[in-house]
Ligand binder design. Sequence first.
Ligand code: T1G
Length: 707
Amino acid sequence: MSELVRWSKQGDVAVVTIDNPPVNAIGPGVPEGMETAIHAAEADPQVRAIVVMGAGATFIAGADIREFGKIVSGERPPLSLLPFLLAIEDCEKPVVMAIHGQALGGGLETAMAGHYRVMTANAQVGQPEVKLGLIPGAGGTQRLPRLAGVMKALEMCAAGEPVNAQAAFSAGIVDRIIDGDLLEESVAFAREVINKPVRKTRERNGKLAGAFPAMFSMAREQARKKGREMKAPLAAIDAVEAATQLPFEEGCKREAELFTQCLHSTESKALIHIFFSERAVGKIPGLPKDVKPAEIRRAAVIGAGTMGGGIAMTYANAGIPVIVKETAQEALDHGMAIIRNNYAKTVSKGRLTQAVMDQRMSLIAPQLTYEGFEQADIITEAVFEKMSVKKQVFAELDKIAKPGAILASNTSTLDIDEIASATNRPDMVIGTHFFSPANVMKLLEVVRGKASGNETIASAMALGKKLKKVAVLARNAHGFIGNRMVEPYLREAYFLVEEGATVEQVNQALYDFGMPMGPLAMDDLAGIDIGYHIRQEASRFQKAGVRQPLVADKLFERGRYGQKAGRGWSKYDENRTPSADEETAELIEQTAREAGIERRPVSTEEITERCIYALINEGAKVLAEGIALRAADIDIVYIYGYGFPAWRGGPMFYADTVGLKKVLSRIEEFEARHGAELWSPAPLLRELAAAGETFEAYDKRQERTKA
Ligand code: T1G
């Protein structure tokens, strides 16, 4: 018996337990252990049925994702689970899979190789492989349609979302929902089926008959719409379709071919990079292990505007009571009305019950005074992005907040140290930069000031997790990580339209690259007035003689603030649908003419490279300056804060896939054409390109030196 898989007997029922913390991933030794245990139980004359379950918090959360990198690099031969699962399915005694926590990927595939499945009421099952750029690779696309039907299998394998116990039971994936003790009730269930004929999932073909061609074409259309350029969802559909056309063994061979194609794709490497990176961002080198995050039980927010209201919702969604303070009743009422409307919209879509909405609204206390602020564990300001205003607020808060309360700023670019200087508790001051809409966007930039204490940092990072955000730590510098890098990205978009590209061309090029919208569309959404004020606040950083964008400020001066004004770079109808704005085009041409800029046709490739390589170049500077801890952190910021396509792994991972030598050579061409002030290659980029290294390798090297 291996320490990864053990078995024991409860009378005439064998209980096989997989014990591979923390999530019972199927890594080396687990399938072998399962096979050995099941064969031993099968050979034991006293055993008449077998229960398989997971130790700890969950059943099996899938194959060990860390192994795939070793397979692709040739370090380890491909591990096929198929023979192990056939051994389970061919067991002559009934095998009952007892699921709690999650049965995901190879976990569900293992469960479906059993003859029966039971699961606890709060457990989930799913085939999330497409989220890793993969497809089920151990018969999942062949057994799931046989249990749940083709439509359900297509939905689960192509979208990758898990289903809850009720849905799994209704679909026929599991045979019983367990309300009591899982072990006790699964052993009892096993005794109920002891005398029933053993039914092999692979032989249950009844539900395959219902398939028809339109099912697959519709599934492909939906996958293309949702997944954009992603290939894995389409491969998953092909594999499920094969289940309806080929015998089980042939279907598994087809699945294996498709799985291998996906495994070697850049898309999969990128998505697996993101999977581990979003878990690594929480690891802060240099933070003493014994630092305990403070418990955040009560919160307060200053400002009920778009950001303040969204932040308040985020606290309420996490079950944390939160005061929202405004300076005028009208602004307070307006802010609360938006919060209520946001929840009501979610209720109307059936994604929230009215009871939960009411409960969350009851956690938000709107007021015009500082009453109750003295009880708050954290106070977050979301006031106007002007340093003088922020410092005044922090000076007031410093007098009101209890000792030990964290004072957080939602500033998107301003200096945390300067804000902290307005208080007598700089160690308790930190930036918590939420991304709009704060109740939706997963990214939270936690910005440490020079004086931010270790406990304050740890508490803010832990709070991010509690608020269901992905918290990334940034050092205090203009723009932190995200907005520091978005400036050159936007700058290039502004320059490109002055040089001859149309607004629509620039937006389309970056949309086709995979961004949720083009840079100028993003500018119109965020508000051209917001960008204008940020540029005004940052004007002191501007170097004389360096080319500055000319048109954006003119749009602001004309009140063309973007979507909110119905006109900006584009014009917007009442549904905020964009269309080309002739006046903007004329303004651009006139501005270029006055500036002596000779306009020319601009290729899509140049548009994409100038915007994306500007992002990468700035990212390399942010990394070298230690503002971001890792290149992987920058990737997470861009995927969760700006919608950078996850299937490209984030800007830094994408640069690795292009090759840093190529990225550098294009940046050097831009430098020759547009000047060193704008395009001098980041020294770290030069260094890595010269060494033939990658940003990923740089992270690994840094981790070793900081360990
Ligand atoms: N392999 C390796 N490590 C894993 C893992 C996995 N499948 N799942 C989680 N971990 C690690 C994770 O990196 C973290 O490590 C720790 O466990 C806790 O995870 C053949 C090909 C199960 C819902 O995609 O969705 O099966 O940071 O922080 O929030 O067809 O983990 O502590 O060092 O996420 O409670 C399919 C992926 C694989 C499931 C738990 N399965 N995991 O969430 O904890 S491919 C998946 C999750 C496959 C087969 C195919 C979540 C979770 P560390 P955590 P959590």
